[in-house]
Design a protein around this ligand. Sequence first.
Ligand code: GDP
Length: 329
Amino acid sequence: MTGRETDVSALAAGVAAGDRRALARAITLVESGRADHRAQALDLLDRLRSGPPRQALRLGLSGTPGVGKSTFIESFGLMLIAQGLRVAVLAVDPSSARSGGSILGDKTRMERLSRESRAFIRPSPSQARMGGVARRTREAVALCESAGFDIVLIETVGVGQSETVVAELCDLFLLLLAPAGGDELQGVKRGIMEMADLILVNKADGDLKPAAQRTMAEYAGALRLLRRRPQDPEGFPRAMCVSALETGGLAAAWEDMQTLAAWRQENGHWTARRAAQARHWFEDEVRQGLLAALSREPVRSRMETLGQDVAEGRLSPEAAAERLLSALR
Ligand code: GDP
């Protein structure tokens, strides 16, 4: 056996046994940009896929900075752990796609949760294109499932693009909001509202409680105006108040998530959603692959030359595009 095979099979065994250090190393491997690492990562994922099938409940969580995501994840995660569940937390951080900085990578976040042996917290990968972030997060989710986690929480800062990624990765999508000052909806785009399975208005405690209840009522009203989705039982999607700080409403929110998950499982929507997501990611990978092919030689030079021909009027844009595409074929 070569050293490489030994490494990957030992890593696969460690992940399958639920070892958190092995899981962390496995995620580092799938996040690596190196070609040899990529081959090992695919080998690892293949080995784990052929093991016993394990499914976690994948929860997507989105909210703007300051709304209370880390406080919520800590309180909610600790509650689930107290019920005997194992909880993994992954972050999709859109800022890393642009600047290499990280909003979600702060080590001091979720300190109590991170000390729990049944919790695993992974900050966002730094420096990757959005497509890269999606693939890595998707593979990290699969690794957490193979490691036997019951719940995988995928967190993102709400800026539009990253929510779409998270929605395509999760079974249930949670939108966390803060109490609004006035009576306006907080600029939440309709598309995001339509993705949400539960809207949680956080900070419903102390002086903020009345405002939280008003905000909740507004969103409940807005949700009623949306078209009823086939994947929802009566009463969903719904808005509710929580206090991540005082843990109020968290048990009720969890109950709602379980109700919704069970209903979808019984009615075939669960499997259908995962199947549609698998198809989405397949097509996304093909698109990413084609885009990557465009930036490789000799295609890139050919594109440059044809672009020049178009700019100087020797070829029409359509004819030039057709030439490039047939070269690709
Ligand atoms: P994130 O940026 O979305 O992760 O938000 P944080 O969890 O860091 O919380 C931002 C601020 O809101 C912190 O000062 C928290 O203490 C506060 N906060 C979070 N949840 C609650 C809550 O349920 N009630 C109150 N009153 N404050 C909260």
